[in-house]
Ligand binder design. Structure first.
Ligand SMILES: [Mn+2]
Length: 323
């Protein structure tokens, strides 16, 4: 993004009020970190602003909304952060999926559909929060410790604690700058990456026990059915972010997580090594995302979905497969 883009964004924020910030469904650290950082900034410059999500904000991220309170106003300007497609607002926020409903989108997904009137997109940024951070620096806004904490959390989570392929020197430089604030980064990283609830361990245990292997163990698949979710006695949030597990196994180049949404609707999360383009894989099913991490939705019963996916994996790996 160019310097002039950031000044245009500044002009946009300064000339509007009563701003509603939309985050994506099944929110992650980036969308929430951006949401609450942007909200704190807007309130600081004298605007009314709220952050909303399709669901309640997950408890896991409670340190991001600790001091947050809802302001009373009729939204006049809508900003989406880290949301690649308007369908990702979720079933409770369909009113924002209408044509022209979103004024500004700040995002880093190359697959962004351009649904907003004005999109500020940097496909090279490892987190949407990096765009925000660059924005604050460019316009000379002095961020608070709280905003730094939100941005750091967003960047750390979207890069898997600075491990994923999307991590760049720029990511580390930004993190280093943010560490100069009082953010307690070690607590953030412990909470985000090391600590697991008892329910979560149970979920992982079950998922690992039932892992499916295909094509000489180059592909692994885990399936999370509603039945499993009900039987584990774990909170829905404890089923988030399991998608990295299938790729943890040595030799696996494509790891697939199939999660039941409804009776005959399954959400796919695809993670790959450099041999497979996850984004291209998911695009065949109307989804998208990043080159190493992408998602899509497939309809059918579990057996049908499994067949469809294995067939697509066979093609992606150049393997023979008869169904
Ligand atoms: Mn993101």
């Amino acid at each position: 993004m160019k310097k002039s883009d950031f000044f245009e964004l500044k002009e946009i924020f300064e000339s509007h009020d009563n701003i509603l910030i939309l985050t994506h469904k099944s929110p992650d650290g980036d969308t929430l970190g951006c949401g609450f950082a942007l909200c704190a900034y807007l309130r600081d410059i004298g605007k009314k602003a709220n952050v909303i999500n399709n669901e309640n904000f997950p408890v896991r991220y409670n340190f991001l909304y600790d001091g947050y309170y809802v302001q009373d106003f009729e939204p006049q300007f809508i900003v989406a952060v880290d949301v690649a497609d308007k369908s990702l607002f979720g079933s409770h926020l369909t009113r924002y999926m209408e044509e022209g409903a979103v004024d500004v989108c700040i995002d880093h997904h190359i697959s962004n559909r351009g649904y907003a009137k004005r999109t500020f997109l940097d496909g090279k940024a490892s987190a949407a929060a990096l765009i925000l951070f660059e924005y604050f620096k460019t316009i000379g806004y002095k961020i608070s410790d709280f905003i730094a904490m939100c941005l750091y959390t967003a960047i750390a989570t979207d890069t898997g604690c600075f491990k994923y392929q999307n991590t760049t020197p720029k990511t580390h430089i930004a993190a280093a700058e943010l560490m100069q604030y009082d953010i307690g980064f070690e607590h953030i990283n412990r909470k985000m990456f090391d600590v697991k609830s008892k329910g979560r361990i149970k979920v992982e245990q079950s998922v690992i026990n039932n892992m499916e292997y295909y094509f000489n163990d180059r592909c692994t698949m885990i399936v999370i059915t509603t039945e499993l979710m009900n039987n584990c006695g774990a909170e829905p949030a404890e089923f988030e972010g399991l998608a990295s597990i299938p790729l943890e196994i040595e030799g696996v180049v494509i790891g697939i997580t199939v999660k039941q949404r409804h009776e005959n609707v399954f959400k796919l999360s695809v993670r790959t090594t450099e041999e497979v383009d996850a984004s291209a894989f998911c695009r065949r099913f109307g989804g998208g995302g990043h080159i190493r991490a992408a998602g899509c939705e497939i309809q059918g019963n579990l057996q049908e979905v499994r067949q469809i996916v294995i067939k697509a994996v066979a093609e992606a790996l150049g393997e023979e497969y008869d169904d």
